[in-house]
Design a protein around this ligand. Sequence first.
Ligand SMILES: Nc1ncnc2c1ncn2[C@@H]1O[C@H](COP(=O)(O)OP(=O)(O)OP(=O)(O)O)[C@@H](O)[C@H]1O
Length: 233
Amino acid sequence: MITINNVTKKYGKTKANNDLTFTVGDGEIAILLGPNGAGKSTIIKCICGLLRFKGAIEINGAPCRSLEAKRQLGYIPELPALYDMLTIEEHLEFIARAYGLADWEAKADALIERFELDDKRKKLGKELSKGMQQKVSICCALLFEPKVIIFDEPMVGLDPHAIKELKLIFSELRDQGVSLLISTHMIDSVEDYWDVAHIMMDGEIRATRRPEELTETDESLEALFFSITEGEA
Ligand SMILES: Nc1ncnc2c1ncn2[C@@H]1O[C@H](COP(=O)(O)OP(=O)(O)OP(=O)(O)O)[C@@H](O)[C@H]1O
């Protein structure tokens, strides 16, 4: 579970996040939607303990900057950050050693195959395309089986097979009770699998909806998004 309480983050005079409060429950998929500059990446970086902020964020009850929180948190950034001189296999081994995993090899092989990286496993990070790097970044985050996973624009750069697999993985993780927070500005890419959607604008959450609420009011997420971000339905 992710608990975000009254989080404010300023860059100079810019309030990138203004008093944000929300939670992502166990086995819940939450999406953060918002136009460029809405503050999505900022709250994600705060949750990951990468920025200082006002307020409180807990990962399953542990302060987000603590080691206990970091052990339970997987983060797939918008831009993959691989090591140039490690192969795909070595990236996974590095994660396994860093997290002290036992018997991780079969899981690593399954992830490599699932993302069609089998014939690339000896390639170096610097030799991989952007989409392949994104896939490796996802494999690394999934290998240590975190209880909370944050994806920043996960579909960007992925091919259709990887998008299909990733959506399946989202629902498998939900079934396992993992809390998922997914940030995107591509509404089409998330239409079919979320449990709660938060629409952000100017550092604030302007609307929160569950799918059943949209059905009740016959509202589409896209129309709601534009009514908030452009001021019209
Ligand atoms: N390092 C920084 N220094 C100064 N201002 C920043 C910094 N990072 C972000 N900002 C500002 O904070 C605000 C929120 O930016 P943020 O990157 O969180 O938005 P975003 O919703 O992730 O946008 P995008 O969809 O374009 O990635 C913007 O006004 C941005 O200019």
